[in-house]
Design a protein around this ligand. Structure first.
Ligand code: SAM
Ligand code: SF4
Length: 355
């Protein structure tokens, strides 16, 4: 594997090489051949980012996507309409790269909100610049935000993200609270380097009234440095947190939610752990992903992508787009396969897919 294999999508163009629908039941939803149904739509809207987290981006950032290849707000709104009206999508999350890097984010949210009134519309963000834009985003229809924060130690944050921007992230968290985007969830990637500060981060999150969830690090870094024997499993985090807090198992927010929850010191505060690697939840996966260039990616770890953008731009009907999307999801792979001998990480890194 070369050091920087960022990958370009393998398109199935215009339905010409559309995935086989053999055996698919005649139902409208996004079912796959393992019986799962996707209802949670993640749309990546940019490859650009204000940070360079070592577990995600290369130091120089991802190669720029030509502007014409990016889906426009109108195209995103149309996909949201098709997803919700025709395919059973129940929630939509915008991600990236960093969604706040798109100047037209409020327009994207407004068009999606018009396309599917009442739907849960959220973003996953690093929070940088949110303080200046949150009011406009909420007015456009944003209902929730998850903010990523791995440490509250400024020097460590600068090292992990290659940018000294911790105060900006904290300003974003405060702004989200003030705008009523609560309960605010914080995501932290669990790594050897972040383990010693994990208890401090949890204490800080509780003081700030945020719900912290740790995510096991997945082999989706652009630099391909992830190693199974170096990653921190959820069990190790639990042992470290238990030295400072009393943790008791709590019910999941909903059965399909990936985070396992623990009450901290008797509650009501909780901490979540998304053990994507060691306790894979692929069997319950309900996600369908669209990349910033308009390809359906049925699994984080599957490099086969199905191009919707060509149909979107060449007069394809909503029905044709929905059918192509159904085919892409029918072909979804069983799981990430990290523990299978010969596992090869996908070509795209996390920042190029959207977490
Ligand atoms: N820039 C936004 C952010 O950081 O929240 C959205 C995009 S980011 C790719 C989405 C989520 O993926 C973040 O919570 C981030 O921490 C997580 N992530 C990135 N690389 C990861 C990796 N290798 N393993 C696990 N989670 C990762
Ligand atoms: Fe940017 Fe988010 Fe990736 Fe960090 S995790 S580099 S903030 S896209």
């Amino acid at each position: 594997m070369t050091a920087l294999n960022l990958g370009l999508p393998r398109y199935r163009q215009d339905g010409a090489d559309a995935p086989s629908m053999l055996g698919r039941p005649n139902v409208p939803g996004l079912v796959d051949s393992f019986g799962r149904v996707a209802r949670d739509l993640r749309i990546s809207i940019t490859e650009k980012c204000s940070l360079r987290c070592t577990y995600c981006m290369p130091e120089q950032g991802l190669p720029a996507i030509p502007r014409d290849n990016l889906l426009t707000p109108a195209e995103i709104g149309r996909l949201v309409r098709i997803g919700v009206r025709d395919l059973g999508v129940r929630e939509v999350r915008f991600t990236g790269g960093e969604p706040l890097m798109r100047a037209d984010l409020a327009d994207i949210i407004a068009r999606s909100s018009d396309a599917a009134p009442g739907i849960d519309l959220s973003i996953t963000s690093n929070g940088i610049g949110l303080d200046k834009r949150v009011a406009a985003l909420v007015a456009a229809g944003l209902t929730r935000i998850n903010i990523s924060l791995d440490t509250v130690d400024r020097a460590h944050f600068a090292e992990l993200t290659r940018r000294d921007r911790l105060p900006d992230v904290i300003a974003g968290i405060h702004a989200a609270h003030a705008a009523g985007l609560t309960p605010l969830k914080l995501n932290a990637v669990l790594m050897r380097e972040t383990l010693p500060g994990a208890a401090d981060l949890l204490a800080w999150a509780i003081t700030e009234g945020c719900r912290l969830r740790f995510i096991e690090q997945m082999p989706l870094d652009a630099d391909h440095r992830w190693a199974r024997d170096h990653m921190v499993p959820a069990s190790e985090l639990l042992a470290v947190l238990s030295e400072r807090f009393e943790l008791t198992e709590a019910p999941r927010e909903d059965p399909s939610a990936p985070a396992e929850l623990w009450y901290v010191d008797g509650g009501p505060a909780t901490v979540g752990i998304i053990a994507s690697v060691t306790r894979s939840f692929c069997a319950d996966c309900d996600r369908t992903r669209v990349t910033a260039e308009g390809t359906v990616r049925s699994c984080l770890f599957g490099d086969n992508e199905t191009d919707l953008r060509t149909l979107l731009r060449n007069g394809g009907t909503d029905a044709a787009i929905a059918e192509l999307w159904r085919g892409a999801m029918w072909a979804k792979q069983a799981g990430h396969g990290i523990d299978v001998a010969g596992f090869v990480p996908p070509e795209r890194s996390m920042g190029a897919i959207g977490g």
